[in-house]
Design a protein around this ligand. Structure first.
Ligand code: RNT
Ligand code: ZN
Length: 413
């Protein structure tokens, strides 16, 4: 083992890369892992089916149906994922002891068990208000609804969420990313595209009147181009969200499943980095649509990681995962996707970035092609294996996952 790493380190050194520094940098990179892979985005606060134009397909056995089960599954997944992690929660994962309240009235106390969970494990928490799968979603609209009762209900949900995010940060000592995403939109061509967006703007402005500590809470806004049943128009389009975020001093969030199929988030990152201090990402894998398949070690994931690392922006980009596959073992889905994102970051850290940039600026494209292609067959796997062993996580996580499936998951009702 040691020998393979030492040899790999030498090979990278000959390409102008310090493997030790790459491993060190990866250890410092935090991934915010979404809780909703564990239960197909169902949560605990409502009996409604998943809505909002998103879908978790498949019926693999063992879905977590209680907070205890979900926490146990996250523990299992986290034990198999190296590096620094945060847990990303949705408001729908509120844990009510006794009295159940509406989403407009949720309070920090409804998330105390999650805070205890995070503190015991020394991790931070991120948060998302949940604007879907709820009876107060009317005609596919929430913050942009023309029905004032509906709109203000969701404004109150947003306001309540700001307070919960601040509570998370205060309790854990780790800043909380609070992400707003609304599914609002129309199946067919709207007569009025501006009205809903104006109401969305007004609603967000109302939510942002809640005072919060900007060192503790980073509010992000996630755009989307379409959803199932919302094919013709989404209120929170890319242009709306980017303009809104930049004009209000909040952070734009890009989900790489939320663009037209030939648009690449990897190409958008550098532009946003020039205009925003922080940016946020949901890393997912869209297959023909925003299908939220498990993240693979594929070209676009590598390219996204490359852009973050090449511009020295690991501390400016909030990196989160967002996918939900119910057709395979859910723990394995978590581990595979998050590890692939970390692999992509490591691969990016193992590039002689300055040398490559100089080749571009000197118009030496023959040399640039040569070196970039050589890097593709460098012994990346040995550096990754070294990182896993230093982090104390097993390389073969499937055996662990299968054991947990047999002992725990299949026995669930
Ligand atoms: C939906 C968005 C959003 C959700 C989660 C559950 O298309 O990507 O981020 O996936 O909030
Ligand atoms: Zn997303």
């Amino acid at each position: 083992m040691m020998k393979r790493y030492d040899e790999a380190k030498e090979i990278y050194a000959s390409l102008g890369v310090d493997a030790e520094m790459a491993i060190e940098a990866l250890r410092g990179a935090t991934i915010s892992v979404h809780c909703w892979q564990g239960d197909d985005v169902i949560g605990f606060d409502s009996k409604e089916a998943l809505s909002g134009g998103i879908q978790a397909t498949g019926d693999y056995p063992g879905r977590a149906t209680t907070p205890e089960e979900l926490m146990a599954d996250i523990d299992k997944a986290f034990s198999l994922i190296p590096g620094k992690k945060k847990l990303n929660l949705h408001a729908s994962y509120a844990i009510f002891d006794g009295e159940i309240v509406g989403r407009d009235k949720i309070e920090p106390k409804h998330f105390k068990k999650w805070v205890d969970y995070a503190k015991e494990r020394g991790i931070g928490l991120d948060f998302n208000p949940t604007f879907f799968a709820h009876p107060m979603v009317k005609d596919n609209l929430t913050l942009s609804s023309p029905d004032e009762e509906v709109r203000s209900y969701w404004v109150n949900h947003g306001k309540a969420s700001v307070k919960i995010a601040e509570y998370f940060a205060s309790e854990t000592g780790v800043p909380c990313v609070l992400n707003f995403w609304i599914p609002d939109g129309y199946k067919d061509i709207p007569a009025d595209r501006l009205g809903p967006r104006a109401r969305f703007m007004k609603s967000m402005d109302e939510i942002l009147t809640v005072p919060y500590d900007k060192e503790k809470v980073y509010i992000t806004l996630e755009s989307k181009v379409f959803g199932i049943g919302l094919e013709s128009y989404t209120v929170g389009s890319a242009e709306f969200c980017l303009s809104y975020a930049n004009s209000r001093g909040i952070t734009p969030l890009m989900d790489n499943g939320h663009y037209h199929p030939t648009e690449m988030v990897s190409d958008k990152l550098s532009s946003l980095l020039l205009f925003s201090d922080k940016i946020a990402l949901h890393v997912t894998r869209p297959v023909r649509w925003d299908s939220d398949h498990v993240v693979l070690f594929d070209d676009e994931t590598k390219e996204i990681a490359k852009e973050i690392v090449a511009h020295d922006a690991l501390d400016r980009v909030f990196i989160a995962t967002d996918y939900f596959d119910a057709s395979i073992n859910r723990i394995s889905a978590w581990v595979t996707g998050v590890r692939n994102l970390q692999k992509a970051l490591l691969l990016a850290l193992l590039r002689p970035t300055d040398k490559l940039k100089a080749l571009q600026d000197n118009n030496e494209f023959t040399e640039l092609m040569y070196l970039q292609e050589e890097l593709k067959t460098a012994p990346f796997g040995d550096i990754w294996a070294e990182f896993l062993s230093r982090e104390g996580v097993v390389a073969d996580y499937l055996a662990e996952v299968k054991k947990y499936e047999k002992e725990v998951l299949v026995n669930r009702a």
